[in-house]
Ligand binder design. Sequence first.
Ligand code: SAH
Ligand code: F3S
Length: 438
Amino acid sequence: MIKKIFIKTYGCQMNEYDSDQISNLMGKMDSYQSTDQVEDADLVVLNTCSIREKAEDKVYGQLGRLRELKNKKPSMKIAVGGCVASQEGENIIKRAPYVDLVFGPQTLHKIPSLLKENERVGSAQIDISFPAIEKFDQLPQAKSNGPSSYVSIMEGCSKYCSFCVVPYTRGEEVSRPAEDIIEEILRLTQQGVIELNLLGQNVNAYRYKDKKGFEYDFAELINLISEIDEINRIRFTTSHPNEMNDTLIECFQNNHKLANFIHLPIQSGSDRILSAMKRNYLYLEYKQIIKKLKAASPNILISSDFIVGFPGETDQDHQQTIKAIKEIDFDYSYSFLYSARPGTPASYLKDSTNEEIKKNRLQEIQNLINEQGKNHTHALMNSEQRVLIDEKVDEITFKGKTDNNRIVEIKTKQDILNQMVKVKVTKTTNRRISGELI
Ligand code: SAH
Ligand code: F3S
């Protein structure tokens, strides 16, 4: 009988990438087939996120529901991976004794052996260690499911912002060898991939020295990758302001495969808060980077992360963030209320701002950025955009994305599915546009 695996993914793109790897691995090693019906699963994997408290609560809520399923079907195995697993370890088994496996972001390649051991001895198995970069050597070859693919190029973070759990849950920055990355990309191109999204918690902290002693930084890696003819467009996420060197900024001018868009987390526009967050830059320094990026590529759009209501954030700090949003003219945001994370330095800071005020600040930030985003969309009218078509809606309707993440609808009799096309924008609404093939 073919066994079935159900994977639920929480949080960031890294986790999405890891979940694809898990499904690929279990398919190859133990012939598991993916299912989206949790009741049918022999193995349920929760790939968890602990970036904010709410994300973590969801995991324990889901585990409660799985317990009932497992009561009805005792052969079902439950595995918990990702950042909650990494942070909580054995505590997961204490809180949810029906869980069979706990693995971390760096040990997902061990699921098959942990599962065997669990079956042999009948007790829960835990491995949340950080064995450098070995997981990449042990995972099966990459598989794509469309014209665009994620490729993880580095893992972890060594920045230790005062509010953030990532350095503790995912470990310090480790870069993959450039040769391995190129090999993975070549394999993906054989499966029709023409767009890459290079992933890392701090993707532009990429550093690698090859056997001949040549040192690659992130810009050099991008330039190397763009020599692969089949690759038409390159994106990356998430980058850190302190790793935006001039060669990387020049890529936006000289390397036409690079998408004309960047996600660059700012977190706050107030130097006082940035310093308490240990971000290690001033607002003016951030602004300077953006100025250079806009000089290198005048139509570039910028998205960002914001934390609202960091301990001690005053109305004046908030006004500085509002000013920054207008000056930088951000296009999009991932903005959330600050959430105290156990064990982080910021979790010891006193905070007296009331929740209502914080929620209003968040709303103000989101409304402002939404408006700016709409204006950017309208400004695309009649422009020429590069669009990767990844969906065929019906015989003559296709959908795809521009460099700056607008969803485009195109009507044409040609079959353009999975192709990169040039489009003239004929209609704009909010974050969507329509266009015609050029
Ligand atoms: N490496 C990225 C961020 C990764 S975490 C960087 O350069 O900053 C993704 C986002 O989650 C962060 O940018 C931050 O905005 C948010 N975040 C992290 N810890 C948080 C916390 N304790 N409360 C609220 N938001 C948080
Ligand atoms: Fe977190 Fe700061 Fe790193 S937000 S992922 S510690 S750059």
